[in-house]
Design a protein around this ligand. Structure first.
Ligand code: G1P
Length: 290
């Protein structure tokens, strides 16, 4: 079967972000900035740089700031133009994808990641698609999704980004039951969502980047509940194994779990240190506190 290119990406952005209260009381957690850019913009740019042309946000109540962020801000653009602030204007204009590329659909109930993905079904249609979690911010060049698309163009099927995690943390992730592994690419014969460390089939864990075939939606159609009583994407992917190849790809780069406070702070430090305009001053600050 020919390997179809991936042109659509889905972003599950309906979560409440309770770990960051009170910051996320009125602000979508995806709008929290790492240095000066919202988490969701890192994810969208990673997708755009990987060749994605259609962006589907599965959103919820109180997430309007994200829609505004990716829209034109006419007054701001005029003010920056009048003041000759061309660099700032470019930053603002670069936020908006071309007209017609961004779609919003609401997940009306928090029934799990699988349900969020299923809510985008009509926009995905019969095409492969990527899923990106804004919680996982990845410092990598080329970006993680671009690396995955390269691998996907060779192996096809379902491809997810994976990382080894300490065994005591397997209950936070979807974990691969490995059939074969060449050190870069692991072929899975099964998947388990958030297994207890004592019974986890491996410590190779799924992080928030997926390339999926549309057949995954057929399994999500069933709305079966899995771990934690939620409709799990992991279970739907697992159900396609046998029918569709499943690979976990280790990527080059560093992932920060910005769904946790520690990961979020670490991301801010790492991204600041990666920038020429901030490295020296931030290093000085860090010396003061260590
Ligand atoms: C979700 C998935 C899990 C995956 C993780 C990666 O869990 O269900 O399989 O490993 O994302 O970030 P969540 O973090 O939403 O609990």
């Amino acid at each position: 079967m020919p390997i179809k290119p991936v042109k659509k990406a889905l972003f599950p952005v309906a979560g409440l972000g309770t770990r960051f209260l009170p910051a996320t009381k009125a602000l979508p957690k995806e709008m929290l900035p790492v240095v000066d850019k919202p988490l969701i913009q890192y994810a969208l740019e990673e997708a755009r740089d990987a060749g994605i042309e259609q962006f589907i946000f599965v959103t919820g109540r109180g997430k309007g700031a994200m829609e505004d962020h990716f829209d034109h801000a006419v007054e701001l653009e005029l003010a920056l133009t009048e003041r000759g602030k061309d660099d700032d204007l470019k930053i603002v204009l670069d936020c908006s994808p071309p007209p017609g590329q961004l779609t919003y659909v609401r997940q009306q109930q928090p029934l799990g990641l699988g349900h969020a993905v299923w809510c985008g079904k009509n926009y995905i249609g019969d095409e492969p698609f990527a899923v990106l979690s804004a919680d996982d911010v990845i410092l990598a060049n080329p970006g993680c999704l671009k690396q995955m698309i390269e691998t996907y163009s060779e192996v096809g099927g379902n491809v997810v980004a994976v990382e080894e995690v300490p065994r005591e943390q397997t209950n936070r992730y979807g974990v691969l039951d490995i059939e074969s592994d060449d050190g870069k690419l692991a072929r899975a014969k099964g998947l388990v969502e958030k297994p207890d460390p004592a019974v986890a089939p491996s410590t190779l864990s799924i992080i928030g980047r997926y390339i999926l075939q549309p057949q995954v939606m057929n399994h999500l159609d069933k709305h079966e509940k899995g771990a934690g009583g939620e409709i799990q994407l992991t279970d739907a992917m697992a159900a396609t194994i046998g029918e569709i190849d499943f690979h976990g790809m280790r990527f080059d780069g560093k992932r920060f779990d910005c769904g946790t406070k520690h990961g979020f702070i670490e991301a801010n430090i790492a991204f600041a240190l990666s920038r020429d305009d901030m490295r020296d001053s931030v290093s000085e600050i860090l010396k003061e506190y260590t």
